[in-house]
Structure formats: C-alpha cells, structure tokens
Design a protein around this ligand. Structure first.
Ligand SMILES: C[S@@+](CC[C@H](N)C(=O)[O-])C[C@H]1O[C@@H](n2cnc3c(N)ncnc32)[C@H](O)[C@@H]1O
Length: 310
C-alpha cells in the first residue's frame, strides 16, 4: 500500500496521541541517573565530551526524554520541544515542571518540515527516534539547515539501520516462537485470553491489532548510513558523521520483548524484569567497548548522525 505524506502524518498523530500517557512507562523513560547516563553516552558519541549549546530545537520530542535529560546534563540551556502530537507535548510540559525546567522549555505543535522561526535561530537541532517517521526527509534536513546559525550542529540518534533491522528479525522470530514455553515456565497468563475472560477481550484485541497495523504506517524508513549522509550533504552540511550503535543489546532486548509480547503485564515477575533490564545494559556496555567503531555502522541496530552548518 502506498501512502501519501498526509496519510503518514495523520497515522503518526493518531498513533502517538494514543500512546502518550503510557509512553514513558512502556519505553522505560527515566529522568534519574539511568536516563541521564543513557542520553549522555549517546550525545558524547556524536557531539564529543562536554558539548554545550545555548538554544536548541528538538524535532519529534515525544514526551521529552532527550531534551529534558540533555538539559539535566548541562548540554543545552534552552529548548523548544516540537512534535506533531499534542498528547506527547502535554507530557513534556508536565515533566518539565516536575524537573523545575518550565522557564527554559517551550513546546510547539508543528510538523518537521516547516517551523515558525527566522533563519539562524538555533545552535543545535536534534532528535531521537524521529527521522524514520518523517515522510519528506530532504525537506526536513533543508529546514534544519535554515534554522541553524553558522557553526550550529544537527544531532540525531536512535534511527533504525536497514541491515540492523533485518538482522533483528531473527531474535524477534525466535522470541515469538518460544513465548508459549516462556509463559508456561514463568506462569504468565496470555494477555488476550485473560482480557477475553473478563469481558474486555474484544476491545483489547482490537487495540492490539490496531497498534500493530499502525506501527507499519508510522515507521516509514530504515536507513543505510549513506542515505543519512546524502540528506545532510545535499542540505549543505559539513563534517557529516554517521555512526552505528547497539548490536548484541538489541538482539537481547528484542528477544525478551518478543517473549513477553503476549504475556499479561501484571504476571511478569519482577526478577525477570530486572534480568531483562540489567542484561540489556550489560550488552550495551559490551557493544560500546568491543564492537562500536570496529564494525561497519550499517550492521548496528541504531544509526546516529552529526553534522555542522559551515
Ligand atoms: C518514536 S517517537 C520518539 C519520541 C522521543 N523523541 C523519544 O525518543 O522518546 C517519534 C515522535 O515523532 C513524532 N512525529 C512523527 N511524525 C512527525 C512529523 N511529521 N513531524 C514532527 N513530529 C513527528 C511523533 O509524534 C513522536 O512523538
């Protein structure tokens, strides 16, 4: 099925508005030491050891994971969090207030191709897990270029690589196949059946099916490193650098997610959750010290890009 630009944007608004309230819990978004460290490690890989930017713009900020942790880490002083989903932006406002950042964080409902700001308004334009949702990437990169001051930078992380995504299908398939055994071993009931027995089954099944169908509509790209380089260079950026991160961590993470996918969340034992989370951090460390920088960017699960406006 081929979708128009407007269809993709509509699907994104619907999907992310519906996800907003549960988003932080679902993805483990955290503003304590773990969240701060996770974001610091990513910024360091592309922006260097102690980056600092006065005025920044986040594209597709979601609930504010990157902006608020970058602010806690002292990387940015002031930020505009932009997103196409009002549901997500409401959560940004709440979390900024909770962290005492309301005077330095503003939210803006907009699409990633056209911003109501003058040329050269920002020192940094950044985002996490957003480029793969954008229908017209060249238009977006051109707009990022316009918005930056000379010497300003772009930084995007968490973008799926085409090869990394293909490789990750193997642990996903293995996890799905083994999931009935896993549920039996850990005495975890099947979410859909349990919901059916208490009368919510049809609604929950429909929501689950719709969520899955929507994922295919909102995830419109997986990249080769060269694709990202080309968008940046065509827009006029210099010093373009694309790096890959997370390989074994993602296989481990996707395998566990697939095992858990149809389990009733309240039945999943805490000790399992701890194992899955700490294991993921352990594999992330292994990727960082043993694999990243040694293997080609394209085989990692996530790509990051940094570049400078001349
Ligand atoms: C996967 S989420 C990532 C959110 C956040 N950056 C994070 O890392 O948690 C992608 C975000 O991009 C937003 N988005 C999707 N399409 C967009 C568009 N065309 N313009 C602006 N934002 C968009 C979605 O609403 C969503 O909040």
């Amino acid at each position: 099925m081929s979708l128009s630009t407007e269809d993709i944007k509509d699907a994104n608004i619907k999907y992310h508005d519906a996800a907003a309230d549960e988003y932080d819990a679902k993805w483990g978004i955290d503003y304590g030491p773990i969240g701060k460290t996770q974001v610091a490690l990513k910024t360091r890989k592309v922006l260097g050891r102690e980056p600092s930017f006065a005025r920044a713009l986040e594209i597709g900020s979601g609930t504010g994971y990157f902006s608020l942790n970058m602010m806690q880490n002292g990387v940015i002083d002031e930020v505009v969090c932009s997103d196409i989903s009002d549901g997500m932006l409401k959560v940004v406002d709440r979390s900024a207030e909770m962290l005492g950042f309301s005077d330095r964080v503003t939210t803006l409902h907009t699409e990633a191709e056209e911003f109501p700001f003058e040329d050269e308004s920002f020192d940094l334009v950044f985002g996490h897990a957003v480029l793969h949702h954008l229908p017209d990437l060249q238009a977006s990169f051109d707009e990022f270029f316009r918005l930056l001051k000379p010497g300003g930078m772009i930084f995007f992380a968490g973008e799926p690589s085409a090869t990394g995504d293909r490789l990750a299908r193997h642990p996903k398939t293995a996890g799905h196949r083994l999931s009935p055994l896993w549920r039996r071993a850990l005495r975890v009931r099947r979410a859909s059946e349990h919901a059916a027995s208490n009368g919510n089954g049809a609604a929950r099944d429909a929501a689950y099916e719709e969520g899955h169908a929507m994922e295919h509509l909102v995830d419109v790209h997986a990249f080769k490193p060269g694709d990202l380089t080309d968008f940046a260079k065509t827009a006029g950026f210099d010093e373009v650098r694309v790096v890959g991160e997370e390989l074994s961590a993602n296989w481990f993470g996707w395998f566990n997610r697939a095992l858990e996918a149809d389990g009733l969340p309240e039945d999943i034992p805490n000790v399992w959750r701890q194992y899955a989370y700490r294991g993921y951090l352990g594999f992330q460390w292994f990727d960082r010290v043993a694999l990243e920088g040694r293997l080609p960017a394209s085989i990692f699960y996530n790509l990051m890009i940094g570049a400078r406006k001349p």
